[in-house]
Design a protein around this ligand. Structure first.
Ligand code: CA
Length: 222
């Protein structure tokens, strides 16, 4: 899952970004409305976290523009104001939810989860590939009923593979959807993580699920 944060207050942006990354999401940050609008309309995101008071283009205008262009990515609006009128303005502009600053990160994360569940791409609670089961709510992964401990990055990577079961997943796809825009694709980080994942989900089992497709990437098959 990939999230765009549009927030000019650097401290808040960094705080949200860190928290979301720890929760296993890929995160990009735009520091003004124009950059946010550009990224939201040119890249693929599952959610936009949008501040209202922004330089160059305010959050309400940005949200309206996206909705006029039929961009349906869920928007969680952040506002420093707590009046009913501002909330209504945000929701009228097409935002799906709002949160008043300052907020507790736990509440923010809970709302992010709800938005990704209800307005994101259709998703069931569990993904299954052969005897491998990934539970999106509890974040538990099992193979043949045996629980497998994954880090948040490994979990995101496996989730991406399972959503693309049977299809070739390239390193670029992984870097864009599991890491973020600034990811250095020339490093071997992805191959290193594939090895971690293989050690955890394939090593102790006769039937391998992750296969290398020479020169192209990887494929997960049940
Ligand atoms: Ca602001």
């Amino acid at each position: 899952m990939r999230i765009l944060i549009v927030e000019d207050e650097k401290k808040i942006a960094a705080f949200i970004k860190r928290g979301l990354k720890e929760a296993g999401y890929a995160v990009d940050v735009a520091n003004d409305g124009e950059q946010g609008y550009y990224l939201a309309s040119s890249e693929e995101y599952d959610l936009i976290v949008l501040d209202v008071m922004l330089p160059k283009m305010d959050g309400v205008t940005l949200c309206k523009k996206l909705r006029e262009e039929k961009v349906t990515i869920p928007v969680l609006m952040l506002t420093a104001k707590d009046s009913v009128r501002d909330k209504v303005t945000g929701l009228d502009a097409g935002a799906n939810d709002y949160l008043t600053k300052p907020f507790a990160f736990e509440e923010f994360l809970a709302r992010v989860r709800v938005l990704l569940r209800t307005d994101g791409p259709a998703q069931s609670v569990k993904l299954e590939t052969g005897d491998l089961v990934l539970d999106l709510l509890s974040h538990k992964v099992t193979r043949s009923g045996k629980e497998i401990e994954l880090t948040s990055k490994e979990f995101s990577m496996l989730e991406y593979f399972m959503r693309h079961e049977g299809a070739v997943v390239t390193r670029t796809m992984l870097s864009e959807n599991v890491w973020d825009v600034n990811f250095d694709t020339y490093t071997n980080v992805i191959d290193v993580y594939i090895n971690y994942l293989r050690n955890k989900i394939d090593k102790d089992f006769e039937k391998k699920l992750i296969h290398t497709v020479r020169g192209r990437g990887y494929i997960l098959k049940g």
